[in-house]
Design a protein around this ligand. Structure first.
Ligand SMILES: Nc1ncnc2c1ncn2[C@@H]1O[C@H](COP(=O)(O)OP(=O)(O)OP(=O)(O)O)[C@@H](O)[C@H]1O
Length: 716
């Protein structure tokens, strides 16, 4: 059996520890740890330039800081600025991260370094989770969260400084945020001119929604002082950021803490999963102690490698079986993500199987070896067809550097790149900004909600194609979010902007209220927000298929997902009646999942998302009601919501997506894979060797013109 992880101590634990009567020993441990942390902070390359950095921030409104991975930017700079007095008058230093896990773990570390309880002076805020209080002065958050905050406080007036960290990632949120911060900065530094216009513009976009967003009054906002902006990364093309911010100054922090030896393969690896597996065991059997971090592209891949590692561990001789796996990916519930940060039990080596969420900012204690197959799953968008899909592509050099940087944080490390050195030089320097390869509907809706009406004229750092913007405007119009002059004036549009979901999902929830199937749609949106609810282990394929059949609906995957969710709820309900504690109930659910070949982690996450979205819609005054057995209503509602993703069967058994005319196939994971319905709607397009559609439901083709007349003429 796999050993379980001990709990790591937190600063809170340490404080409590002091209260113990026999606390002397504990006290000494705490003091020793504090001493260690202090020494560590002093040894970071950034420590020697503290004064200079603070000076530069004083002198420049916008500053670009480039420093090697592990030099101490993320954890130290906010503390330097706090100590230099930038939080006077209750102002906050905000630090944005592209990923939730980085925001959480860095905040925990900095709270520990400051010897404060998390959520007091140092806190974090991510979607659906807030660990801040009125005394928080250093606040880590995701870039998406700060964008949402701008809806409430257009001038971000509580912040004296905003640090945009890991800007090289160029997530769509980072890019939108940069454009917005530029505007905010201008408005705050010239309050009499730009600020007025800015507030007016924002207010205009929100005329009818003041109740929902309760924005700051103009007079309150006007009290703001200038906003300092710091853009930070280890692998940044400082020049393009500097140009975008009108020739902003860039400073470089030299030096890294520990060296990382980079090794390449002689030949390209035809099967990167197999190569990863071999490298894991090569390290385990031949290298000195130290944990391993292997980068894979997604949950399914991680889970299949995890199973293969377990199989091989069993084949190792006694004494070498001390290897354990820990997965970490975005859709894993936060507390399970935190397992990756716990130390392995003594005598064990852990191998963390991660997506690129562990690529930037995070420090995973114990990691000495990084395995990088050089691939990443990325969004890709075709503005001509309007279709977004996920594809696996090579990383950029910047990403490769970030990945290797995870190895040298506590001592010298090694990075095994699973491709030849000649391939590295062929990689692009930086990642193509996400804004250039994703569907922009969400961005456009957010900008509109912020009062920015002229999307094409918006000062993006790199403009998305005009066609992509127009396509998104059209899509939002077709979904009823924008009026025919592309204004966010309808209540539906404002409700959609309030929900932190893809606009199509938000629309589905709003429509579900009318179709009286909100309960079912809420389940579906939650279940579609996680990866792979079912799993099919190779060795038990038939059993897994039979288990899935018991939930399957002949109408398709959406109702099947509802069935799974309800069955799991029933299982929980039953354990409740036997007066079980929460932990026992979870154990029962876990067992039920194993018996039914349901992915427990995904289901747990879907349950969390479900309760969070339910909170949002209740706040909006919706109360979930069920359509009972009348699944026809539910399928009609799916059609009315996802009409842009409809496809018709072709004589050869393939499908033609109606909005793009692309040929697509039903994915083998769908319950409709073999039963060919005449007309379907789907939620996801996956491009591998073919175009596959996933999460598919059978609909009546006549419903399309009836329920989406704005898109389908009656005779089509
Ligand atoms: N949660 C943590 N636990 C243990 N040590 C940590 C933790 N976070 C940071 N450190 C230590 O502090 C050092 C500096 O981390 P920091 O995140 O500030 O660097 P950085 O320059 O921002 O790096 P990157 O560009 O990779 O994010 C790390 O190399 C590590 O030694």
């Amino acid at each position: 059996m796999m050993p379980s992880f001990p709990n790591i101590s937190t600063s809170k634990d340490q404080q409590d520890g002091r209260k113990l009567a026999n606390g002397d020993c504990k006290n000494q441990q705490v003091l020793a740890r504090r001493q260690l942390i202090l020494q560590h902070r002093k040894s970071l390359p950034i420590a020697s330039v503290e004064r200079r950095l603070v000076e530069e921030v004083r002198k420049n409104d916008t500053l670009i800081i480039v420093g090697e991975t592990g030099s101490g930017k993320t954890t130290q700079l906010p503390q330097f600025l706090y100590n230099a007095g930038f939080c006077r008058d209750e102002k906050i230093i905000g630090v944005t991260q592209p990923r939730r896990v980085a925001a959480v773990t860095v905040a925990k570390r900095v709270a520990e370094e400051c010897n404060v309880e998390l959520g007091q002076k140092v806190g974090y805020s991510i979607r659906f989770e807030d660990a801040t209080s009125s005394s928080t002065r250093i606040k880590y958050m995701t870039d998406g969260l700060l964008l949402r905050e701008a809806l409430l406080d257009p001038l971000l007036s509580r912040y004296s400084i905003i640090i945009v960290d890991e800007a090289h990632e160029r997530t769509v949120h980072t890019d939108v945020l940069l454009g917005l911060l530029k505007k905010v900065q201008l408005a705050r530094s010239h309050p009499t001119t730009n600020q007025h216009n800015f507030i007016k513009a924002n207010a205009k976009g929100r005329e009818d929604e003041s109740r929902s967003f309760s924005p700051l009054k103009a007079s309150e906002s006007a009290k703001s002082t200038s906003l300092k902006l710091i853009i930070m990364s280890a692998s940044l093309d400082a020049r393009c950021f500097s140009e975008y911010f009108g020739g902003a100054k860039a400073v470089h922090v030299h030096g890294r803490q520990y060296p990382v030896e980079v090794l390449y393969t002689y030949q390209p690896e035809p099967d990167y999963l197999d190569a990863t597996l071999i490298t894991i065991f090569q390290i385990h059997l031949e290298e000195a102690s130290g944990d391993i971090l292997a980068f894979l592209t997604g949950q399914e891949e991680i889970e299949s490698v995890e199973r293969l590692v377990h199989d091989r561990i069993r084949q190792l001789p006694d004494g070498s079986q001390n290897l354990l796996t820990v997965p970490i990916y975005a859709s894993l519930p936060s507390e399970q993500q935190m397992n990756a940060f716990k130390p392995a039990p003594s005598g064990f080596r852990k191998v963390i199987l991660a997506t690129n969420i562990a690529e930037t900012s995070v420090t995973i204690p114990g990691i000495k070896y990084v395995i990088d197959p050089g691939l990443v799953k990325a969004r890709s968008y075709n503005p001509v067809t309007g279709m977004e899909s996920l594809i696996i592509i090579p990383t950029s050099k910047a990403q490769a550097l970030q990945r290797s940087g995870r190895a040298g944080r506590e001592g010298p490390g090694k990075c095994f790149r699973l491709y030849p050195e000649s391939e590295f030089s062929k990689l692009t320097d930086s990642t193509v900004p996400e804004i250039k390869r994703c569907n922009l509907s969400n961005v456009v809706l957010q900008l509109k909600a912020l009062g920015i009406d002229d999307i094409i004229g918006f000062d993006f750092m790199e403009k998305p194609s005009r066609m992509a913007i127009v396509k998104s405007l059209e899509q939002l119009f077709l979904l009823g979010a924008l009026s025919d002059d592309y204004k966010l004036s309808s209540p539906v549009g404002q409700q959609m902007a309030r929900l932190p979901l893809d606009p199509m999902y938000s629309k589905a929830l709003i429509l579900a209220k009318e179709f009286k199937c909100l309960e079912e749609m809420l389940i579906v949106v939650a279940m579609l927000s996680v990866e792979s609810i079912f799993y099919f282990p190779r060795e038990k394929m038939e059993e897994a298929r039979a288990a899935r059949k018991s939930f399957s609906s002949p109408e398709g995957d959406h109702i099947t997902l509802v069935n799974v969710y309800r069955a799991s709820a029933e299982c929980l309900e039953k354990s409740k009646t036997t007066n079980s504690k929460e932990k026992t109930m979870e154990k029962k659910l876990n067992k039920w999942c194993r018996e039914n070949f349901i992915n427990y982690r995904s289901l747990r996450h879907a349950r969390d998302i479900h309760s969070q979205i339910e909170g949002h819609i209740r706040q909006m005054g919706f109360s979930p009601s069920s359509c009972g057995d009348d699944m026809l209503q539910f399928r009609r509602c799916l059609t009315a919501s996802f009409f842009l993703n409809a496809a018709m069967k072709q004589p050869d058994g393939s499908y033609r997506a109606l909005s793009s005319s692309q040929t697509v196939q039903v994915h083998p994971s769908s319950v409709l894979f073999r039963t060919k319905a005449d007309c379907i709607i789907f939620n996801e397009l996956v491009r591998t060797n073919q175009n596959y559609v996933r999460n598919v439901t059978r609909v009546d083709p006549l419903w399309l013109p009836e329920l989406a007349p704005q898109y389908y003429a009656a005779d089509s």
